[in-house]
Design a protein around this ligand. Structure first.
Ligand SMILES: *[C@@H]1O[C@H](CO)[C@@H](O)[C@H](O)[C@H]1NC(C)=O
Ligand SMILES: *[C@@H]1O[C@H](CO)[C@@H](O)[C@H](O)[C@H]1NC(C)=O
Ligand SMILES: *[C@@H]1O[C@H](CO)[C@@H](O)[C@H](O)[C@H]1NC(C)=O
Ligand SMILES: *[C@@H]1O[C@H](CO)[C@@H](O)[C@H](O)[C@H]1NC(C)=O
Length: 288
């Protein structure tokens, strides 16, 4: 009996002491980093990191920048590799910024000469391991990458859903069942979640990132929690949060009820019939 107790607590101790870094990972300042040599697009690389419970690495100081260059060199050689920085441009306000996948302050930078260059159609950041300098590359390019794994402040209770703890106070999942808007909503509700509501540029940019990850440039109807229940132009979020941020594509607003993300990732409304994708948000707030 006591042996069983001892064994269990020993095992638990073992896990909590050593499980914080992955196989092939290196712990630095309490963050576990893993370099991967397979070539993926930025989106796909992030999807792989997220599937493993992390994100593409964010870099906040010169020490970490150097550490990651040294970590990556033996794995990626002289090849540039993805770190988690990308560029968002709000098409309505022209508010444009660089950010990390799980938004954290983007203050430290280590751009190479002449960088960043704004002559591409998408902007994602690679680090050159030999110099540690950063460069902008088309996000669809295939590159090796480095993921970071932290102890998320709160992990998602729903397996397979992803926590972006600095962007959403909850976890999110893009679902690819073809449902009507009301059925998409009840599918989210089956998980204790709701259709997603979006409240700032960081959330919008992340939603875009995940849509590109899943759909490439071929964006299908993607239901979000926006709706117009009275069909009077009074749009509201189904999760009862405030409509305090707007990213409408006003040129395509029609007299319909159900909110969706359009081709250029701005919002519109459509009739509520079957759409191929929908976004759920499981909010941590509902239980506090
Ligand atoms: C660790 O790295 C080696 C060599 O790159 C690779 O063969 C192996 O699959 C990796 N292990 C894990 C668990 O990722
Ligand atoms: C995770 O938490 C443990 C225990 O609190 C801590 O020792 C460890 O450094 C943390 N690991 C990471 C990757 O943050
Ligand atoms: C962007 O500009 C740089 C520097 O002038 C040039 O080397 C590069 O080929 C350009 N890229 C594209 C896609 O035009
Ligand atoms: C819009 O709808 C919300 C929720 O149904 C309601 O509280 C609000 O009063 C409405 N606003 C207008 C201008 O009709």
């Amino acid at each position: 009996m006591s042996c069983l107790l001892f064994c269990v607590s020993f095992f638990t101790l073992f896990i909590s002491t050593f499980a914080n870094c992955r196989p092939n990972g290196t712990l630095y300042n309490d963050i576990c980093y893993v370099a991967y040599s397979d070539q993926r697009s930025f989106y796909d690389a992030e999807a792989h990191c997220a599937q493993e419970g992390g994100h593409l690495a964010a870099i906040h100081d010169a020490f970490t920048n150097k550490f990651l260059a040294d970590l990556a060199k033996p794995i990626v050689g002289i090849e540039n590799y993805w770190i988690g920085g990308y560029y968002f441009n709000n098409l309505n306000t022209y508010n444009a910024f660089w950010t990390w996948v799980d938004y954290e302050s983007f203050e430290y930078t280590n751009w190479g000469p002449g960088q960043p260059l704004y002559n591409l159609s998408s902007y994602c950041i690679v680090q050159i391991p030999l110099s540690g300098k950063w460069s902008v590359v088309e996000c669809t390019a295939g590159k090796p990458y480095v993921c970071e794994y932290t102890n998320a402040s709160q992990s998602c209770p729903i397996p397979g859903w992803t926590t972006f703890s600095n962007v959403f106070n909850g976890c999110i999942q893009l679902m690819d069942n073809s449902y009507t808007w009301p059925n998409a909503l009840s599918s989210c509700e089956d998980y204790g979640a709701s259709l997603i509501s979006i409240h700032n540029d960081y959330q919008q940019s992340l939603v875009q990132l995940l849509l590109i990850e899943a759909q490439g440039s071929n964006v299908g109807t993607t239901w979000i929690g926006l709706h117009d229940p009275q069909n009077d132009g009074n749009y509201t979020w189904i999760d009862s949060t405030k409509l305090d941020y707007k990213y409408f594509d006003t040129s395509t607003l029609s007299k319909d009820y159900c909110g969706t993300i359009h081709n250029d990732y701005r919002w519109g409304v459509e009739d509520c019939s079957d759409g191929p994708y929908y976004f759920c948000l499981y909010s941590f707030e509902q239980f506090v």
